[in-house]
Design a protein around this ligand. Structure first.
Ligand SMILES: Cc1cc2nc3c(=O)[nH]c(=O)nc-3n(C[C@H](O)[C@H](O)[C@H](O)COP(=O)(O)OP(=O)(O)OC[C@H]3O[C@@H](n4cnc5c(N)ncnc54)[C@H](O)[C@@H]3O)c2cc1C
Length: 432
């Protein structure tokens, strides 16, 4: 069994060639090829329900008002919100099964307080949808866990920022508290608070379950008349040029037939650039490896809030009686050749890249040094140059909308797309 503390040693040993060659060899067990034998910390993924994938799960309609491409977090949220807005002739096409791309292995953290009032409002909306609205509409629990969120301030500037976030939260009715190091220790006894200035505690933050959320979203959308079709890869986008020289979406081609439509929403995650190419639209995102590790059981961790330490670039997500440890990679690995066959798949973890998260995590929760690592989860995620999502109609082709490039926040900021893009789709359709 790998230990969190030993992982740091292994990478350090690899960095000094005069030390044991055995250690150096064992530290580099990664590959850029996908693997698919690893487990994510969910009891169920939609893959397990799928069985043999042979042809589309429903017949394709001849035409639709909107075709949403991709059945991940963004696609499912988009079709749900379109249906809720009264658009029923809408279709979602997923190449494999729902969540098969990035969504199935997301950490699913949802923090409501962000340094932008638009984001705060949208995150609060997302939280309401997955913690309340969907359950009321479908009678199904999405798997939402409200264990709270704790932001770490290890310098005065960060604490000042959190105080401002608390004020912003008050405007939007989001309960939050700035805690002293001693109060933080009371709340989270396993935490090292010696180097803390304070923390920001948001009791109604939590964690979403990707399979549960996407199933419930598509059930709710289907109940309102939307159509969700799995095992149906999109192979082409037909575009026409009108008399004024304006390029417009005409139809979506699949391996199983063509759907006439004037409106497409590209929610294909890291594959969105390929869908863009089909329509002659540039989608400026890049696919990178993004990862977390899941620890063995930690006594006393149960019911603790999720933790985000921005300065150490690390998060600790409660995983039952264990933790998932992850963060933003400073020296990420790009996924240069995005592979169409990659469904419910993962990469091997590169410990050199991941090491920085482990050091920060051990500093914050020292018991981690003696805790085993149960599994690693390293998957593809799309990032953009300005760390903002790509949303709305593409300038090159009328009726071709983007809902992608979510910079590792695609499960929590999804209503960005639904609220903004779906409203503009709706308005556009009214104008056509
Ligand atoms: C390790 C890790 C941890 C993360 N943790 C968090 C977190 O804590 N909080 C958070 O908010 N976000 C997190 N994220 C990010 C989040 O998971 C993603 O932003 C989100 O899942 C992306 O959803 P999506 O719908 O855009 O893409 P995807 O889930 O990839 O969905 C795209 C879908 O399009 C389908 N598709 C592709 N091509 C075609 C085609 N030609 N025809 C039809 N379908 C097609 C794919 O099969 C796929 O199912 C994390 C990501 C990773 C990798």
């Amino acid at each position: 069994m790998a230990f969190v503390g030993r992982a740091v040693q292994r990478v350090a040993l690899a960095a000094w060639p005069s030390l044991s060659p055995l250690c150096r060899t064992s530290s580099r067990s990664y590959s850029s090829e996908p693997t698919n034998e690893k487990n994510v910390p969910y009891e169920m993924t939609l893959k397990q329900e799928s069985g043999a994938a042979s042809g589309p799960t429903k017949p394709l309609p001849r035409s639709a008002d909107v075709v949403v491409i991709g059945g991940g977090s963004l696609g499912c949220q988009t079709i749900y919100h379109l249906a809720k807005m009264g658009m029923t002739n809408v279709v979602l096409l997923e190449r494999d099964r729902l969540t098969a791309g990035t969504t199935w292995h997301t950490a699913g953290l949802l923090w409501q307080l962000r340094p932008s009032d638009v984001e705060v409002e949208l995150l609060a909306h997302t939280r309401n949808v997955i913690s309340k609205d969907l359950e009321e509409e479908t009678g199904l629990h999405t798997g939402w866990i409200q264990n709270g969120g704790l932001f770490i301030a290890s310098n005065k500037q960060r604490l000042d920022e959190y105080k401002r976030l608390m004020s912003l939260g008050k405007v939007y009715g989001i309960e939050s508290y700035v805690l002293s190091p001693a109060e933080t220790k009371d709340l989270y006894p396993l935490m090292n608070v010696d180097d803390l200035y304070g923390t920001l505690y948001v009791p109604k933050d939590g964690t979403m379950d990707p399979a549960g959320t996407c199933t419930t979203l598509t059930r709710a959308a289907s109940a309102k008349g939307a159509t969700v079709i799995e095992n149906c890869p999109v192979t082409g986008i037909q575009v026409r040029t009108d008399d004024l020289g304006v390029r417009k979406v005409k139809a979506v081609e699949t391996a199983h037939g063509t759907i006439e439509t004037q409106c497409v929403v590209n929610c294909a995650g890291v594959w969105a650039t390929k869908l863009g190419d089909m329509a002659g639209v540039k989608v400026p995102l890049i696919a990178m490896h993004h990862a977390y590790v899941v620890t063995e059981r930690i006594e006393g961790i149960q019911n603790m809030p999720n933790v985000r330490d921005h300065d150490a670039s690390v998060y600790l997500r409660l995983q039952g009686d264990a933790l998932s440890v992850g963060g933003y990679e400073q020296n990420p690995i790009f996924w240069e050749e995005v592979n169409d066959k990659f469904a419910f798949s993962l990469f091997d973890l590169d410990w050199d890249v991941f090491m920085q998260h482990i050091e920060g995590a051990i500093n914050r929760v020292p018991v981690l040094e003696q805790t085993g690592i149960k599994s690693t989860v390293c998957g593809p995620e799309s990032f953009t140059a300005d760390h903002k999502p790509l949303m709305g109609e593409a300038p090159e082709v009328r009726g071709f909308f983007l809902g992608c490039g979510f910079n590792s926040a695609g499960t929590q900021k999804k209503n960005y797309v639904e609220l903004l893009a779906s409203k503009s789709i709706y308005l556009l359709l009214c104008l056509l």
